[in-house]
Design a protein around this ligand. Structure first.
Ligand code: ADP
Ligand code: MG
Length: 250
């Protein structure tokens, strides 16, 4: 579902991604771990072309992201085409960014109606079902300000799912939450994984990586230092940098 090869990204003269290779099969959960500043968020942003890459390529479900190949070269797509690709890729951030003046239901309904031009009545039904699925069936009419951080993040997940994506990207979805609210969000993600959603999850929740991840990638300083089967890698990291990082977070 996701195939990244030799992805390079620089901001000015600072090289942030130095040749990332990563593969995620359909229905699998890939967890990404690494110290702050190692390029995790930048990589996720490259996967939906919120950042242009300087070299390499990324395919999602077979399609090159952000570029078209002809005449033996890659040509950047127009913003409109990129937007169309992005619709199939859901993204959940550390900060939920819900519309504060809209109810939970309307937050979930908004994008499919505006972007996909779906009928509001149809989307409302799907949105209500999604909110029920994330455990918020009784909060359809609540405003973000009336919800806890964990509830808001679950609305954000439902909002991403309303677009019926084939891939979900999570960027430290529980990092901004009080510890007692982390579990309810991870449970929703677990449920999604069980349901067969392909996911890339940047997280420091080692328990989640171990239990739910099909693969684990450790990034440091813009490279993939090590990747493998999560339980094996957590128990027996092969690289000193991975070991040092795991010692800190475990
Ligand atoms: P992580 O998510 O692993 O903490 P990031 O991908 O956010 O790391 O950042 C990697 C590096 O890229 C950092 O040094 C950060 O300062 C830099 N960076 C990220 N975005 C930008 C940007 N828009 N302009 C300049 N530098 C950036
Ligand atoms: Mg980050």
């Amino acid at each position: 579902m996701v195939q990244a090869e030799n992805v390079h990204k620089a901001f000015g003269s600072v090289e942030v991604l130095k040749g990332i290779d990563l593969t995620v099969k359909a229905g699998e959960v890939c967890c990404v771990l690494g110290p702050s500043g190692s390029g995790k968020s930048t990589f996720l942003r490259c996967v939906n072309h919120l950042e242009k890459i300087n070299a390499g390529w990324i395919r999602v479900d077979g399609d090159l992201i952000g570029y078209r190949e002809y005449g033996g070269k890659l040509h950047e797509m127009r913003e409109k085409e990129v937007a169309a690709q992005r619709r199939a890729i859901g993204m959940v951030f550390q900060r939920f960014n819900l519309f504060p003046h809209m109810t939970a239901l309307d937050n979930v309904v908004e994008a499919p109606v505006r972007v996909l031009r779906e009928r509001r009545a149809t989307v409302r039904e799907r949105a209500a079902a999604l909110l029920d699925r994330v455990g918020l069936g009784d909060k359809l009419g609540s405003y973000p300000g009336q919800l806890s951080g964990g509830q808001q993040q679950r609305v954000a997940i439902a909002r991403a799912l309303a677009m019926q994506p084939k891939l979900m990207l999570f960027d430290e979805p529980t990092s901004a939450l009080d510890p007692e609210l982390v579990g309810e969000v991870l449970d929703v993600m677990k449920d999604l994984a069980r349901d067969g959603m392909t996911m890339i999850v940047v997280t420091h929740e080692i328990g989640f990586a171990r239990e739910v991840g099909d693969s684990l990638v450790f990034m440091d300083d813009g490279v993939v230092v090590e990747s493998g089967e999560p339980r094996e890698m957590i128990a027996n990291p092969r690289h000193e940098r991975t070991r040092a990082f795991l010692d800190k977070v475990l």
